[in-house]
Design a protein around this ligand. Structure first.
Ligand SMILES: Nc1ncnc2c1ncn2[C@@H]1O[C@H](COP(=O)(O)OP(=O)(O)OP(=O)(O)O)[C@@H](O)[C@H]1O
Ligand SMILES: O=P(O)(O)OC[C@H]1O[C@H](OP(=O)(O)OP(=O)(O)O)[C@H](O)[C@@H]1O
Ligand SMILES: [Mg+2]
Length: 284
């Protein structure tokens, strides 16, 4: 039996549940207040937990696998296997000061106070820089601390940057770059090939996200021109169209970021009836 800890609420819950559904491991919830949920595989269960608690749950074996932020994993210094960057929940931990402050680097904070929800990451960062500071540990609303005289600077999460601006703060250094990761308990990794299967399934979804499947008809005389447009991924696959001897069906996988330009070039090269289809999962 494999137990996967996933965020029970907050901003990471919905994207985690979506990714698992796409990977073929849907979270079959009865009610959102439940502690556990099943999936279609009877050997796998979900445990709902606070994102910040998940690294320790996985380290201690309360869960075999977990999905949570790399910042939270580093902050708890959990001894876990970090398996895969899931490419969502991206945010930075930044060092920020009031916008009218003359301070513009970590060095200038020697002997001053820095408020944060991430005391361990902050401590390591300033230790590395050889700068002595006093850490003021808070559990939230960090951005107000410089304005009430509790701290001279903060280390806090920033993604769009709106919260900093709203609170008249400016970033002076980036401390840590985070996104959401798949992690596993080290002992569980040894006992069961199932964790590898879970990783492969999730990885296949991530790989497919950046790709589209292109299908088109190409008159035989234009095939060479069309092949020049299609980038060097596997393929294209070229098939005969049964009803029309001079027509070929061409299929290829292309990067979604280039799809707009590629379709235009294919049209110009003589392709017609072009279909662009999303890919659910890709396994090499
Ligand atoms: N804009 C953001 N603000 C805060 N955390 C973010 C942001 N973007 C991504 N994250 C990541 O989300 C994780 C925190 O998720 P968590 O569920 O604890 O926070 P939350 O959604 O704010 O919920 P809560 O209301 O409990 O604070 C961290 O790993 C963090 O890096
Ligand atoms: O750069 P931004 O896009 O503005 O995001 C960063 C802000 O979002 C988070 O707060 P959240 O809304 O989670 O409130 P909380 O402090 O109560 O957790 C975080 O603590 C920052 O304050
Ligand atoms: Mg929050």
């Amino acid at each position: 039996m494999i137990r996967i800890a996933i965020p029970n609420k907050g901003r990471l819950h919905d994207p985690t549940v979506s990714l698992l559904r796409e990977a073929g491991l849907p979270v079959l919830e009865g009610s959102t207040r439940k502690l556990f949920a099943k999936t279609t595989d009877p050997e796998i269960t979900y445990l709902f937990a606070r994102a910040a608690d998940i690294p320790e749950y996985v380290q201690d074996g309360a869960a075999d696998v977990g999905i949570t932020g790399l910042d939270l994993i580093n902050e708890t210094d959990a001894k876990v296997e970090v398996l895969l960057d899931l490419k969502f929940g991206a945010a930075n931990l930044v060092l920020a000061v009031p916008e009218d402050s003359p301070i513009s680097s970590a060095e200038q904070l020697e002997g001053m106070r820095v408020a944060t929800v991430f005391p361990n990451i902050t401590r390591k960062y300033f230790d590395n820089a050889g700068v002595k500071i006093e850490i003021i540990r808070v559990s939230g609303a960090c951005e107000m601390t410089p304005h009430v005289g509790i701290a001279d600077a903060i280390v806090d999460i920033s993604s769009s940057g709106t919260t900093l601006v709203t609170n008249h703060l400016k970033m002076i250094e980036k401390v840590f770059s985070s996104s959401v990761y798949l992690i596993a308990n080290r002992k569980s990794m040894q006992k069961d090939g199932k964790i590898e299967q879970i990783k492969t399934a999730v990885e296949s979804v991530l790989r497919a996200k950046g790709k589209r499947y292109l299908m088109m008809n190409v008159p035989a005389e234009y095939l060479e021109q069309v092949k020049k447009v299609l980038p060097g991924l596997a393929g294209p696959t070229v098939m005969k169209v049964e009803s029309d001897e001079s027509m070929l069906a061409v299929h290829a996988v292309v990067g979604s970021d280039t799809i707009f330009a590629t379709v235009g070039e294919l049209k110009a090269a003589g392709a017609r009836d072009i279909l662009v289809v999303p890919i659910e999962r890709m396994m090499p």
